[in-house]
Design a protein around this ligand. Structure first.
Ligand code: KIV
Length: 274
């Protein structure tokens, strides 16, 4: 178990060269395994829409879904820095709506920060939430909630114009008071350029090595999900092992191998014939 990192620890990575890791999590059992590991940070991501609920994307996830899946994560990983995602529709009406939604995550889960997508367009709501006392992480690049505007899940920052646009978004997020910014699905060179020109640390996911925090989706890095993007290294490949275990269990039951006496309660019952 590691000592819990704080907002100042995360901010300090910009100067001190420390590197942190983040994984997504949406359930108690996985949270207890992260708690037992050296990983410092958890995101209760709205990717739970695909991973836990079988949706096509993140749109459709509600603030109550994030609270529901987030509470057991907090119980299982009390010493990790937890960020909760603000789902689509929970902050795009007004600054007031964004503050109400952030309050719900902050008090309902007991998370340490909230994350929301969008650069310049989200600056007002970021400022409002920060002024309300809740630490905010921005999110730019390939933003899944609005991926249809980008023509799907496409790598961003492929031209100097596109990178300058991303930098303008990152600066707007920083100026609005966010302490951290997630950059997703952006060219490594583009991320490096943005990092050199902003004063807050970056969580990169599919954004190259030049980031203070690296993030991965838990089900991608463990090889549990049916599909994973190019950047998602499988640190374990559990899906085939789990399917093998299901098939071995099925075979042993069909063949009368399981449960053997070893897996049965063999105490003699008084009055019952052998
Ligand atoms: O919802 C999510 O899991 C995310 C990922 C990009 C980490 O935001």
């Amino acid at each position: 178990m590691t000592k819990k990192v704080t907002v100042p620890d995360i901010r300090a990575t910009k100067q001190n060269g420390n590197r942190f890791t983040l994984v997504t999590c949406y359930d108690y059992t996985s949270a207890t395994m992260i708690e037992a590991s050296d990983i410092e940070m958890i995101l209760i991501g709205d990717s739970l829409g695909m991973i836990m609920l079988g949706y096509d994307g993140t749109v459709g996830v509600t603030i109550e879904d994030v609270v529901h899946y987030g509470k057991p994560v907090k119980r299982g990983a009390p010493s990790k820095f937890i960020i909760a995602d603000m789902p689509f529709g929970s902050y795009n009406v007004s600054v007031e709506q964004g503050i109400i939604s952030a309050n719900r995550l902050f008090t309902g889960i007991g998370c340490d920060a909230v994350k929301l997508e969008g650069g310049k367009r989200s600056a007002g709501v970021i400022r409002g939430i920060v002024e309300a006392g809740i630490p905010v992480c921005g999110h730019i690049g390939l933003t899944p909630q609005t991926s249809s505007l980008m023509g799907g899940f496409k790598v961003q920052g492929k031209s100097i114009e596109a990178v300058e646009e991303l930098l303008a978004d990152a600066k707007a997020i920083e100026e609005a008071g966010a302490f951290l910014i997630m950059i997703e699905g952006v060219t490594a060179a583009g991320t490096q350029y943005i990092r050199k020109n902003i004063g807050i640390p970056i969580i990169g996911i599919g954004a190259g090595a030049d980031c203070e925090v690296q993030a991965l989706i838990l089900h991608d890095m463990l090889g549990l999900y049916e599909w994973a993007p190019k950047f998602a290294k499988k640190f374990a490949d559990l899906r085939p092992q789990i399917i093998d275990a299901f098939n071995t269990y099925h075979k042993e039951v069909v063949e009368g191998v399981f449960p053997s006496p070893e897996y049965s309660y063999n105490t003699k019952v008084e009055g019952l014939e052998d």
